[in-house]
Design a protein around this ligand. Structure first.
Ligand SMILES: OCc1cccc(Br)n1
Length: 449
């Protein structure tokens, strides 16, 4: 079995995995299988990443929302054979309700949009970052939770919405030091499969389930894909038509296959043209094998991959114009994407782009005499209220420990509250970078930064 996929320093196992408690019984200190702890080093990296998600979302004028990780199971029960619904982390709560830990954010967005009622100004441009869950049974030791960044536009029928979303992703990648040399965004449309299935008289509502099967083409043998398509009732000709349609790599080929006036071709043509305006066209590659594994997409779909082809999809998204109406609400055109927190970190590590994010305070404050404890508290508070991060040494420590602590917390100054100096209204201040020391009047501490 492969080691559980971890990111950041989480893969560095230090300390004990089973701690000894007072009665000698063993307690498990590792998190539940498939889940991750975020100790401070990992948490700083995650906060940096989420900070970038949020910064880009705000630059695009999107508004942040949040919904509970626990949802009614009915939100995710779809009869399309998707992996995501087969791995639902679902259960019956103590009130007999069928509930589930959300496996994705889009259905919750749809629910919240519908809850706003008809008065909601459109288009709604919303974003969220939330933990998503799956109960992956296999022994592959894969994660059962990850955090996803979602941006969604509700109320815009044209591909200008998809172009805006792709531009947000491209700006995010650029801010992290990457470019179209590192990442390719494969783009296609469910309307390609829709047009093919129409030719073979397959009902339109099969597009979702067929896409779920075709999406596995990269992961399972073609025979298995054809077996599953046969089970869906597709003829051999229809299957051959589908397989041929997943091998299109240019708009010209697509037009030849579907005909000039076909909606899929026209929409993709327009998308690529708008992308030129954003300066992101070099990220985009028409690839009709990209169908995505969620049944509810109805139009453009896309996914981000590392150009080296070593990793799983970095992000994915597309248009889903029917989701709100399947929830019984007023139909609204929608487009969005989900961007996970794991593959991107693996990619940043591979490229040496993970930033150094050390623990950092400005001042370390200590006393030489416990009688002056309350004076040190006074000094620390004054500095903190002025916006300086202060680590206050809370018990009597040897200087060797204090200097080590100053290193650990990245302090710029060590402020020592000592009896003789205090008598003169002063404290001793060590500038740890310049390795200089001087006595400073307490009232001048903030000026002497
Ligand atoms: O991307 C599919 C997925 C959904 C929930 C949790 C995890 Br880990 N992965």
């Amino acid at each position: 079995t492969t080691a559980p996929e971890q990111t950041g320093t989480q893969d560095r196992k230090v300390g004990v995995s089973k701690a000894q408690d007072s009665k000698g019984a063993l307690i498990e200190t590792q998190p539940v299988r498939g889940t991750r702890d975020f100790a401070p080093d990992d948490y700083r990296l995650r906060q940096w990443l989420f900070g970038e998600f949020e910064a880009v979302s705000r630059l695009f004028g999107f508004e942040q929302f949040e919904t509970p990780v626990l949802e009614s199971e009915e939100l995710f029960v779809r009869k399309a054979g998707e992996e995501i619904t087969q791995q639902l982390y679902n259960f019956e709560d103590k009130g007999g309700r069928r509930v589930a830990l959300r496996p994705e954010l889009t259905p919750s967005l749809a629910r919240l949009i519908l809850a706003q009622g008809a008065g909601l100004p459109l288009p709604a441009k919303w974003f969220s970052i939330g933990q998503c869950w799956r109960y992956e049974r296999t022994t592959r030791g894969r994660r059962r939770e990850h955090f996803q960044w979602n941006m969604d536009i509700v109320g815009v029928p044209g591909v200008a919405a998809e172009a805006e979303l792709l531009a947000a992703i491209a700006l995010f990648l650029e801010r992290l030091g990457m470019s179209a040399q590192d990442i390719v965004i494969k783009v296609s449309s469910r309307k390609v499969l829709q047009a093919i299935l129409e030719r073979f008289g397959v009902p339109e509502d099969a597009v979702g389930p067929v896409s779920v099967i075709v999406d596995k083409m990269e992961k399972i043998p073609l025979e298995k894909v054809e077996e599953e398509l046969t089970e869906l009732g597709l003829s051999k000709e229809a299957m051959d038509g589908i397989v041929a349609a997943t091998r299109i790599g240019t708009l010209e080929e697509l037009q030849q296959l579907l005909g000039e006036g076909n909606e899929a071709s026209q929409e993709l043509q327009e998308l690529f043209s708008i992308a030129e305006g954003y300066g992101i066209a070099e990220y985009l590659q028409l690839d009709t094998s990209c169908v995505r594994g969620l049944a509810y997409y109805t139009g453009v779909v896309f996914e981000g991959r590392d150009r080296a082809g070593q990793l799983r999809a970095i992000f994915g998204g597309g248009r889903y114009d029917r989701l709100l109406s399947t929830f019984g609400g007023q139909a609204q055109p929608c487009a969005g994407f989900g961007f996970g927190d794991c593959v991107i970190l693996e990619l940043l590590q591979d490229k040496g782009l993970v930033p150094e994010l050390p623990h950092k305070v400005e001042d370390l404050v200590m006393v030489l005499d416990e009688q002056l404890r309350s004076k040190a508290a006074q000094i620390a508070q004054r500095l903190r209220k002025a916006g300086r991060r202060v680590d206050l040494v809370l018990e009597s420590k040897k200087m060797k420990w204090v200097f080590k602590q100053a290193e650990r917390c990245g302090a710029e100054r060590l402020i020592i509250v000592a009896p003789d100096e205090w008598e003169r209204g002063m404290v001793r201040v060590k500038d740890l970078a310049a390795r200089e020391e001087q006595d400073v009047a307490v009232d001048a501490l903030l000026e002497a930064q």
